[in-house]
Design a protein around this ligand. Structure first.
Ligand SMILES: C[S@@+](CC[C@H](N)C(=O)[O-])C[C@H]1O[C@@H](n2cnc3c(N)ncnc32)[C@H](O)[C@@H]1O
Length: 281
């Protein structure tokens, strides 16, 4: 697993395909499970200010508003397309949707100290997050909670094969930086040590989900559909139509062998790292 090393600022990544809320929603049920597991460890009764950093298309953020009906809930994301979908879903305007990159977002500008700061499946796109986490924890109210979840599957066949196919592609040199950036996740003990330096109440764990994905015999491979909405974006955006077609044909062939289709579908193991830290009351 690659440790975060590079600083980055802003969110407009030349070369990445834009976030597509529809593609991302294809596996919404599977993607929602880790969020529920993360929030199950957040013990906050009546927070005043709740922030979802990297809120995406908003369904899960709206769930925070339901759980804490008295809270002011803010969803922050760098993607205008994701935020547009979130605003569509939030017909009543319950949540404040803010367009900002995590690297530039200043929690002190939220108009109060944050009681719960959630960031789910986002920090893998923020290579400088180890440097940012202390400032986010410092901005919490007394007794406040920081809760994060990141994928830890960069050595899984889905991502190893993506790198291998990219390495033998005609545009290999152009694909490498985007793929390296999209795996900026640290080891669980790194998050534990970082957070324990800030507060004694820290809970870090890792879980592997055995997702069973439906697979039509002649349809696209479901693991390809999954990564299309997330980790494959740097590849998709860097290639022209023909180059992309060649890449996808080669990659899908590898995925078929690594994740064979069965009558029940495809088993897609997915490891994720969770960390919850609470400041003293
Ligand atoms: C995999 S989605 C997760 C969305 C949501 N948290 C969920 O769990 O469904 C990652 C989100 O992070 C956002 N994102 C990526 N880089 C970001 C950055 N530097 N700052 C803020 N948001 C970012 C993307 O726009 C996208 O909505």
């Amino acid at each position: 697993m690659t440790e975060p090393t590079t600083a980055s600022s802003g969110s407009a990544r030349p070369g990445d395909a834009a976030w597509d809320p529809r593609q991302y929603a294809v596996f919404a049920g599977h993607r929602g499970r880790p969020f529920a597991d993360l929030l199950a460890r957040v013990d906050a009764d009546d927070p005043r200010l709740v922030v979802d950093l990297g809120c995406g298309p908003g369904e899960l953020t709206l769930g925070l508003a339901q759980r804490w009906p008295n809270a002011r809930v803010v969803g922050v994301d760098s993607s205008p397309d994701m935020l547009a979908r979130a605003r569509e879903l939030d017909g009543d305007g319950r949540v404040e949707w803010v367009e900002a990159a995590a690297e530039d977002w200043d929690p002190t500008e939220s108009g109060g100290s944050v009681d719960v700061l959630v960031t789910n499946a986002t920090l893998q796109w923020v290579p400088s997050h180890l440097r940012l986490i202390p400032s986010w924890v410092a901005a919490l109210a007394p007794g406040g909670t920081f809760a994060m979840q990141v994928p830890s599957n960069f050595d899984a066949p889905s991502h190893r094969l993506m790198r291998e196919v990219a390495a033998r592609h005609a545009r290999a040199d152009d694909l490498r930086p985007g793929l390296a950036r999209a795996q900026a996740v640290a080891q669980p003990q790194t998050y534990a040590a970082l957070l324990l330096d800030l507060t004694p109440d820290v809970d870090v764990w890792q879980t592997t989900y055995e997702h069973v994905l439906a697979a039509e015999p002649d349809g696209p491979h479901p693991v390809l559909e999954w990564v299309r909405g997330t980790g494959l974006r740097p590849v998709l955006g860097a290639l022209d139509d023909k180059e992309r077609e060649d890449f996808l044909a080669d990659y899908e062939k590898e995925l078929e062998a690594a994740y064979p289709r069965k009558a029940y579908g495809v088993i897609f193991p997915f490891t994720r790292t969770f960390a919850v830290a609470r400041t003293p009351a």
